[in-house]
Design a protein around this ligand. Structure first.
Ligand code: ADP
Length: 552
């Protein structure tokens, strides 16, 4: 309602409306009293006029003398206005005439006198236009026979406008209004001065201080010395600004410290980058340096083993020969394990360095799975594990990086074989199912058609709390099955990274004692990724994941 008005204007408006109402209310009582006094004075005038008229009437109308007991006055003819001068009219009416008179004031007066025999007269004042008019009625009584029983005989009615009463009323009202206006004006001036000095000036000060603070000048302080709530408010405001300044200083200091840290981070980032580059170079050269002699060691060990086995077949099973074969087998196992670890490390480094290129091609999932089972079957047969292929008829031809897809699934398969437990230990035939199925497009994020390839085994299973951890580098589950089998703990970590490259996800469902299901869910069409960001150089060496696994 008061939107857009200043505080001063609002206060003044509300105060003037309130004061006007108060002054008007205060003037009502004196005005009523004044009007009543004037009307009472006019009642006296009316009485005297009627008395004069009576005397005049006695002579002018040749009345038969003053009223006597038991006799009515000799009244003029009914309804005749006996006197009418200067707008004043007077008449005398008998009781019967008054009762049927047209004038309600006359009829009311008769009723009034009959109800109150002690009353002598009555007056009614009213405004007729701009002039005050008085109606006056006086009862005429007669005494009964032998002086007993006063009876109402009629009334004398006087009607007159009063110029003096009118002017008195108007003048007095004007004075009253003038006095009220003067009081109002004085009150407004006093109020305005007080408001300005006590309220608006401190508010202005506070506003100035707030504006300065908003502009960022936190050194400015409000100085209000009124000793009241405004001073308290001002002091609180000043504390607030002081706190703000302190906080700002602290933030500046933190910012400066963060700048320093940022520079340090930048420096360490660049040294990390350098270190990563060195690590890549180191891995590349070390792997080369390690793999060459390792391949020779493995090769010669294989050769020696072959010779030793040949000697054994020729029928000379001496204790020394058997010992030699055992030692050679140990060398070969250790050498192959070492080669597999080096290959895995190299592969990891290459993926992390973004050095792995995607070669997207059309892949027949059934053929691919069939080929993988063919690769794993020798190992499976060795461990008496049966393998089954289940490829749904509606699995489409997909577009993906075939080599990486095979690497992931082969890793799942080799783990399934590796951790499968023999019939004698579990009481059930160890088996692996390689299953491929089509996942139709769903709503929302699943708007693309996908294919799920799962490796299901009935091996030892993986505890719930380790199901995430096994995808971390070098993590191997706690269970006894891991200790019995060889491995590096890098296989699933590499699978996870490769799956990301294929825009695919890996799901694991496993129950301890019942088996595991590792699934790769990949899109039917893999779109080539955006060009990779610059990464630390790692020499691109051919990773031989499948061969490494086979070597384990
Ligand atoms: P590695 O097989 O070389 O140990 P992985 O990263 O391939 O490394 O696997 C990590 C761990 O996950 C394994 O050590 C094993 O504890 C657990 N694991 C993987 N596959 C299976 C499986 N099919 N059944 C039971 N445990 C498994």
């Amino acid at each position: 309602m008061f939107r857009g008005l200043s505080l001063a204007a609002k206060c003044l408006l509300v105060f003037s409306v309130a004061t006007t109402l108060v002054v008007l209310a205060a003037m009502v009582a004196p005005w009523i009293r004044m009007t009543r006094l004037i009307d009472e004075g006019q009642l006296e005038v009316s009485r005297q006029m009627v008395a004069v008229w009576e005397r005049l009437g006695e002579s002018e109308n040749s009345l038969t003398g003053p009223p006597s007991p038991g006799r009515l006055w000799n009244l003029p003819a009914p309804g005749i206005v006996t006197t009418q001068r200067a707008g004043i009219s007077a008449r005398m009416l008998t009781l019967a005439e008054a009762r049927v008179d047209d004038d309600p004031f006359v009829r009311e007066s008769i009723t009034f006198f009959e109800a109150r025999p002690m009353e002598v007269d009555r007056q009614r004042a009213s405004w007729v236009g701009t002039s005050r008019e008085y109606r006056y009625a006086r009862a005429v009584w007669t005494t009964g026979a032998r002086g007993t029983g006063r009876q109402l005989a009629g009334l004398i009615e006087l009607k007159r406008p009063s110029i003096s009463a009118t002017s008195q009323l108007i003048t007095n009202t004007a004075y009253l209004l003038l006095a009220g206006a003067a009081v109002l004006l004085a009150a407004l001036v006093v109020f305005y001065v007080i408001t300005r000095k006590l309220v608006l000036a401190p508010v202005g000060q506070l506003r100035l201080a707030a504006e300065r603070a908003r502009e960022g000048n936190l050194a400015f302080r409000s100085d209000i010395q009124t000793g009241d709530e405004f001073q308290e408010l001002s002091e609180t405001f000043n504390w607030m600004v002081t706190d703000l300044q302190a906080t700002q200083d602290r933030l500046r200091a933190i910012n400066a410290a963060m700048d320093v840290k940022l520079h340090e981070l930048e420096a360490s980032n660049s040294s990390l980058h350098q270190a990563a580059k060195l690590k890549g170079e180191f891995l590349a050269s070390v792997s080369h340096e390690l793999r060459t002699p390792l391949n020779s060691i493995n090769g010669f060990a294989e050769l020696l083993l072959e010779i030793a086995r040949g000697e054994l077949e020729q029928g000379e099973p001496s204790a020394t020969l058997l010992k030699r074969i055992r030692y050679l087998e140990n060398i070969l196992t250790a050498g192959r394990g070492l080669l597999a670890l080096i290959n895995s490390l190299l592969e990891m480094a290459r993926i992390e360095a973004g050095k792995v290129d995607l070669r997207i091609e059309l892949v027949n999932v059934r053929d691919s799975c069939d080929g993988l089972l063919g690769l794993i079957n020798p190992l499976a047969t060795k461990k008496h594990v049966t393998t089954t292929l289940e490829v749904a008829d509606d699995v489409p031809i997909i577009r993906t990086d075939h080599r990486k897809l095979q690497q992931i699934i082969f890793n799942f398969l080799s783990n399934a074989v590796k951790f499968s437990q023999p019939l004698e230990k579990t009481g059930r035939e160890p088996s692996i199912v390689l299953r491929a199925e089509r996942l139709p497009a769903g709503g929302g994020a699943d708007s693309e058609e996908r294919v799920r390839i799962s490796v299901i085994d009935n091996g030892p299973g993986i505890p719930k709390d380790e199901q995430q951890l096994i995808f971390e580098k070098f993590y191997q589950a706690e269970g006894g099955h891991t200790r019995e089998a060889s491995g590096t703990g890098l296989g699933l970590a590499i699978c996870k990274d490769l799956a990301t490259l294929l825009n695919a996800e890996i799901q694991l469902v496993s129950d301890v004692g019942r088996g595991s299901m590792f699934s790769l869910i990949l899109p039917v069409t893999l779109h080539p990724p955006a060009p990779p960001a610059a990464a630390s150089p790692v020499e691109a060496l051919p990773a031989n994941g499948i061969a490494a696994r086979l070597a384990e």
